[in-house]
Design a protein around this ligand. Structure first.
Ligand SMILES: [Zn+2]
Length: 381
């Protein structure tokens, strides 16, 4: 079953063919969320968990960056001093002048800036679990299991780190489950992409065919904020959601060297290519994706196998296009950042990941991002 899970994806923005109809026959009634008593203490994926983690921040600075459509605060946590990049132009104008240093002078002495964007899809809480544990590492050197992460601790001393624990608190609030470990993918899909008025599931990718998601809605999926906006597919030249504006504003202000948008599906973990980034950036993302996958293999965590790699085609040769300009594309073109999407397993029946594995998958991702950007920085001067 596990090997087939790639074809059963219902989550994000994956490049696969039509979702399988066979799963419709597997529809199972969700378990009672109140009976989720096996969730370990370190697995902190709720809005309450974020609030508690933010209240413990002493070494960083917590800022409210937006109010969601549903009236909830969006937060960012900043570690390390913000350097003066002597900005005199926005990014695309600087590129037009043939040198991104007009946007941000980042010489060899500048600290790398690393930007972690928590889940913009509310059911994909695995990224919250990872980032809440990352905050614990920033403050104590250890994750919530008590495991030390010396390299990640070092990151907070040698990089500027920006953490947005969740990009979509509205969606997270609407999910009745604190985890999907051991539950069928169908349950995640029901609350993730939501249902129509007749109770049928919207599913991926049809859940993107109506946007904003308003009208034929039974359960509004956690994909969306309370106004029905999927932040991954906002209108980036005129954003509809305050959450999107805040996420984009941080990128423009911080000029991050590397940025991840955290997602999940019923799958082995992997990086998704930034389909509308320039070729040189696609090659960097592919190199990073393989480095990360190799590390998962070495640690015997769920992975994509030895020969896996990303597409580095310069552009989409097909019509209709298979790949959209989405949040990570916008982040790159607004700031030059090496922005990509990451997909974690949920731990569903279909993907089989455990609580321990999901946390390790997240923290190893963050560590490899730090390793990669420390070794492979782009110098702008
Ligand atoms: Zn997603």
């Amino acid at each position: 079953m596990k090997n087939l899970s790639l074809f059963f994806l219902s989550a994000c923005i994956l490049i696969v063919s039509e979702p399988p109809n066979c799963l419709a026959q597997l529809t199972l009634e969700p378990s009672d969320p109140a009976k989720q008593t096996d969730i370990p203490d370190f697995y902190k994926g709720t809005l309450t968990d974020i609030d508690r983690a933010l209240s413990t921040v002493k070494k960083g600075r917590v800022a409210q960056i937006a109010v969601s459509a549903g009236g909830l605060p969006l937060y960012a946590v900043y570690y390390g001093a913000k350097e003066d990049f002597a900005r005199q132009a926005n990014y695309n104008s600087a590129v037009g002048a043939r040198n991104p240093a007009y946007y941000a002078k980042k010489g060899a002495a500048a600290k790398p800036v690393i930007y972690f964007i928590g889940p913009v899809h509310g059911q994909e809480a695995e990224g919250i679990v990872g980032l809440v544990n990352l905050l614990a590492i920033a403050e104590t050197g250890k994750d919530l299991r008590g495991k030390a992460w010396p390299e990640l601790s070092e990151m907070f001393g040698t990089a500027r780190v920006v953490i947005v624990p969740t990009g979509n608190p509205d969606g997270r609030r609407r999910v009745p489950y604190d985890s999907f470990v051991g539950l069928p993918e169908e349950t995640m899909t029901k609350y993730g992409q939501g249902t129509k008025k007749d109770g049928t599931l919207w599913r991926w990718p049809q859940a993107k065919s109506l946007h904003p998601m308003r009208g034929d809605v039974g359960i509004l999926g956690a994909y969306y904020n309370d106004a029905g906006i999927n932040i991954m597919h906002d209108e980036f030249f005129a954003p509809m959601a305050e959450e999107t504006k805040a996420i984009m504003r941080i990128a423009m202000e911080e000029a991050p060297d590397i940025t991840v948008s955290l997602h999940s599906c019923s799958c082995a973990p992997f990086v998704i290519q930034n389909a509308h980034a320039p070729l040189f950036m696609k090659e960097r993302i592919d190199a990073f994706a393989r480095q990360l996958n190799d590390q998962y293999r070495a640690l015997q965590l769920p992975n994509r196998g030895a020969s896996w790699k990303l597409s580095t085609e310069a552009d989409d040769p097909t019509f209709p296009p298979q790949n959209s300009f989405n949040l990570v594309s916008a982040l790159h073109h607004a700031s030059g950042t090496m922005a990509f999407t990451f997909e974690s397993p949920h731990g569903t029946v279909e993907d089989g990941a455990t609580y321990e594995q999901i946390l390790d998958i997240q923290l190893v991702l963050y560590q490899e991002m730090f390793r990669y950007i420390s070794a492979e920085r782009l110098i702008w001067q």
